[in-house]
Write a protein that binds this ligand. Structure first.
Ligand SMILES: NC(=O)c1ccc[n+]([C@@H]2O[C@H](COP(=O)([O-])OP(=O)(O)OC[C@H]3O[C@@H](n4cnc5c(N)ncnc54)[C@H](O)[C@@H]3O)[C@@H](O)[C@H]2O)c1
Length: 302
């Protein structure tokens, strides 16, 4: 195994179990030698750490050499808050939040600086749209802004707060989805808009953080995966089948394939790559028609 990330420290935000994209990204970075810090959303941090302690992820933790994936430390975070002064009373008084103080982005950055000094890689692997099941036409202002706040602005805030503690040559990565640029029916609640903002911000942040800190900012536009968040939207199995039936590569998309692409973008191998959106989706983004459409085949001769 290539250990090119030996001695590097990676923060991965948005791992809640071993089913989403955060897990294979963190695991691949670990395989390549990085020290892994996680930041977990406060409402699920206890479930995650308890499941870990109880051995529920044991099978998924096995690495290519048979040893186990290890996490150095887990921080609580809520990526919709940048500073303590923004946290409303009902959240401050919530028992789960009281049990995990210091969860705003600026506080997590300060804590990591105290614990480790500097970071080399930050992965933003989170999204939340409370009205994602609503068509955009039926999305409230609150729902739309909430989707943007947790799914897009959080990345801007990450670069603002973690950028100053990154080593030169360090890299940020976020996860986006094709619904930013093409219509994916059902991806509602302003989530399509949030992903469009996230992709635009990736370019702008790459420019500004490149100039200011000498660090890189990229995104992966990932294909469909039946993660916990995707299952909550409700049509993920349809999207997985559609991609397999209509994409250039007629195979399952493995979460580990996103992990490997992420490790490349975060590693020194990608030292000249910044401001880019890399599609890791078996090529479905490139298609302009549906291969399984009877209407298509009824009018095409060859
Ligand atoms: N699953 C897919 O098909 C797919 C496709 C393309 C892109 N993505 C993107 O991948 C990323 C990870 O999603 P996933 O599908 O792996 O699901 P997931 O459920 O594994 O990850 C989403 C994570 O976001 C965290 N989160 C939500 N709100 C948060 C907040 N306020 N603060 C901190 N953390 C918060 C959740 O705790 C969860 O761990 C998301 O950006 C998603 O849009 C997913």
């Amino acid at each position: 195994m290539n250990k090119d990330l030996n001695g590097k420290i990676a923060l991965v935000v948005g791992v809640g179990d071993d089913q989403g994209y955060g897990w294979p990204i963190a695991k691949e970075l670990y395989e390549r030698g990085a020290t892994i810090l996680l930041a977990c959303w406060v409402p699920i941090i206890k479930i995650f750490t308890t499941s870990w302690d109880q051995g529920k992820f044991e099978e998924s933790r096995v690495l290519s050499d048979g040893t186990l994936f290890e996490i150095e430390k887990v921080y609580p975070i809520d990526a919709v808050y940048d500073h303590p002064s923004q946290v409303p009373d009902d959240v401050l008084n919530n028992k789960r939040y009281q049990a995990h103080p210091g969860f705003t982005i600026s506080e997590v950055a300060r804590q990591i600086e105290e614990d480790y000094g500097r970071l080399d890689m930050v992965v933003h692997c989170l999204a939340n749209g409370p009205e994602v099941k609503n068509p955009l036409l039926e999305t409230s202002r609150e729902g739309y802004l909430a989707a943007i706040s947790s799914s897009s602005y959080s990345f801007v805030s990450f670069v603002q707060h973690f950028g100053p503690i990154m080593n030169p040559g360090g890299a940020f990565l976020t996860l986006t989805y094709l619904a930013s640029e093409r219509v994916i029916p059902g991806y509602g609640g302003g989530m399509s808009s949030a992903k469009a903002a996230l992709e635009s911000d990736t370019r702008m942040l790459a420019y500004e953080a490149g100039k200011k800190y000498g660090i890189r900012v990229n995104a992966i536009s990932a294909g469909a995966l039946a993660s916990r968040a995707a299952r909550a939207i409700g049509f993920i199995d349809r999207m997985i089948n559609y991609s397999k039936g209509n994409g250039p590569l007629e195979k399952d998309l493995e979460a580990t394939e996103i992990g490997k692409a992420a490790a490349f973008l975060l590693s020194p191998d990608a030292s000249a790559v910044t401001g880019t959106i890399l599609y890791v989706d078996n090529g479905i983004h490139a298609m302009g028609c549906s291969l399984d459409s009877p209407a298509f085949w009824s009018t095409v001769q060859n």
